[in-house]
Design a protein around this ligand. Structure first.
Ligand code: ADP
Ligand code: ADP
Length: 228
């Protein structure tokens, strides 16, 4: 686990108005920060810069107190969960979960990999589904597989980009409970983008409001949503 420090982070695509315009935020080790704001305000860009899928134009990004601006995504030890799950259709649930472990060739032996798959499956109630392919799963189950893949990495932090927005209301409620449980159990530093106020209220330690690339407000969910 690790803290995440954003210091005056700027992102310019081409020579237009900056998509992210001087964002500074200290996220404590183990903290769960919700990122909200209107469409196009820079939420995805910010997540993608943290995970390393997008270059930072200027500013300092630190993970666990170390500057990582120039580090490749694979060297940052973060796990991102996307809205569209990004599962491999030809692989079983077990192999989808194990995928990041098999990328790190030789780090774990087969027995250790199997152990991790089963631990993640227990946490996310996927035991019965390990041999199935993503096409045969419900939306909520697919989302859990995507989270399983994040868990087995033992990442320093999780980055979620609207992970529940494609689910119906009932599943969304179940998954919210699932994520809260996972957070209590793992205590991993998390940045979570959502439009859903209930998710922000129930999951977030703090809510950061982004507007036109700038942080407008950072507050506890209670202070933010109960103000007049
Ligand atoms: P959000 O996730 O809050 O909807 P984004 O981070 O996707 O916002 O986008 C922020 C701004 O950056 C928008 O104005 C968007 O059009 C622009 N943008 C995002 N990605 C690119 C890109 N690859 N090239 C050019 N502009 C982009
Ligand atoms: P390559 O560099 O082989 O073209 P990618 O650009 O897809 O592959 O990814 C490079 C590395 O970035 C991967 O090894 C992985 O560790 C990391 N990575 C890619 N996507 C994510 C993500 N969603 N979350 C965390 N790390 C990622």
């Amino acid at each position: 686990m690790a803290s995440i420090t954003l210091d005056n982070i700027v992102k310019k695509y081409g020579d237009g108005f900056p998509a992210v315009n001087g964002v500074s935020l200290d996220i404590a080790d183990g903290e769960f920060v919700i990122l909200v704001g209107p469409s196009g305000c820079g939420k995805s860009t910010l997540l993608r810069m943290i995970v390393g899928l997008e270059d930072i134009t200027s500013g300092d990004l630190q993970i666990g107190g170390k500057r990582v601006n120039e580090k490749a995504p694979r060297d940052r030890n973060l796990a991102m969960v996307f809205q569209n799950y990004a599962l491999y259709p030809h692989l079983t649930v077990a192999e989808n979960i194990a995928f990041p472990l098999r990328l790190d060739k030789g780090k774990l032996n087969e027995e250790q990999i199997q152990e991790k798959i089963h631990l993640a499956a227990d946490t996310l109630e996927l035991r019965e589904h390990l041999d199935r392919k993503p096409a045969n799963l419900s939306g909520g189950q697919r989302q859990r597989v995507a989270m399983g893949r994040a868990i087995v990495r033992e990442a320093d932090a999780f980055l979620f980009d609207e992970p529940l927005s494609n689910l119906d209301a009932k599943l969304r409620g179940q998954m919210r409970t699932e994520i809260a449980r996972m957070q209590r159990r793992l205590g991993t530093t998390t940045v979570y983008v959502t439009h859903d106020q209930t998710e922000a209220m129930t999951l977030g330690d703090r809510v950061a409001v982004l507007r036109k690339g700038e942080l407008q407000q950072v507050a506890s969910p209670r202070a933010l949503y109960e103000q007049p």
